[in-house]
Design a protein around this ligand. Structure first.
Ligand code: FPP
Length: 248
């Protein structure tokens, strides 16, 4: 299959010119502010989520254009089950619909979709859709899009600790260190840039282990108003910072 190039942004905007070593490999995005966006417009909250689809997939195209290799999107957290039954139902159905509608486009762009999250409680129809998208795109190499659905960072760490302890007891691993532990996480790759929209300055249990050395960039834009230019602006901020990883 011939790879498609990302569509240019409608505004004609081009990615900023940044040296390759200054481009984050892995970007984590918290897509926050959908509810407030809807409220400002006198709409129901779920309309905010609906308007949140386009920014994510525009960012995927912008990430490819600028050379990001991995994008992790927080689509539904293990805490989101506490929302109203109507909103939970909408988000489950919408995840399913978006995956089905977007998987061919992602495949043509060379995007590998991966599901990161727990199976417990998640609608089986959503799991099926995630697995299908994973299978269809499993060989793609341009960018990995981690769809974090029913994801919680602490739960991920506890499961990894359990699995490592089990293997340690069986003698399958002999070392208990950061490197061996990381292999047991669902998502082992370090986050370079952690981006959150809507002005809130929290991690909200999103990839806490992986983000230990991430640069945190909080943008004031509400998620439905974001697009690839928001990502590029955050990358410019990232590139201007001096990452020392504890060194002097
Ligand atoms: C946070 O905004 C957003 C979510 C909990 C859902 C994320 C879903 C999307 C961005 C829709 C895109 C859909 C898919 C399937 C990728 P919020 O509801 O907490 O907003 P608020 O803080 O203003 O209330």
């Amino acid at each position: 299959m011939k790879l498609h190039k990302p569509e240019p942004h409608w505004s004609g905007a081009k990615p900023p010119v940044i040296e390759k070593s200054q481009i984050p490999k892995h970007v984590a995005v918290v897509m926050d502010g959908n509810g407030r966006w809807a409220k400002n417009k006198g709409l129901v909250r779920t309309e905010g989520h609906r308007a949140g689809e386009a920014p994510l997939f525009d960012m995927v195209e912008g990430a490819i254009e600028i050379g990001v290799k991995e994008l992790s999107a927080y689509a539904f957290s293990t805490e989101n089950w506490k929302r109203s039954p109507e909103e939970v139902k909408f988000l489950m159905g919408f995840n399913k619909e978006v995956l089905r509608r977007r998987r061919d486009q992602m495949n043509e762009l060379g995007v590998r979709i991966r599901w990161i999250g727990q199976e417990k409680k998640l609608w089986s129809s959503v799991v099926d859709e995630l697995l299908e998208a994973e299978e269809l795109t499993s060989k793609n190499k341009v960018l990995t899009l981690n769809m974090c659905v029913n994801y919680g960072g602490r739960a991920e760490i506890v499961s990894a600790a359990e699995a490592l302890a089990r293997d340690f007891k069986r003698g399958k691993v002999s070392k208990f260190d950061e490197k061996s532990f990381t292999k047991y996480l669902e998502l082992p790759s370090d986050v370079d840039l952690f981006l959150r929209s809507s002005g809130e300055q929290r991690l909200s249990n999103f990839l806490p282990w992986q983000s230990a050395y991430a640069e945190l960039v909080f943008m004031d834009v509400l998620w439905p108003d974001a697009d690839r230019r928001t990502l590029w602006k955050a990358i410019e901020e990232y590139a201007s910072r001096n990452r020392r990883f504890g060194k002097a």
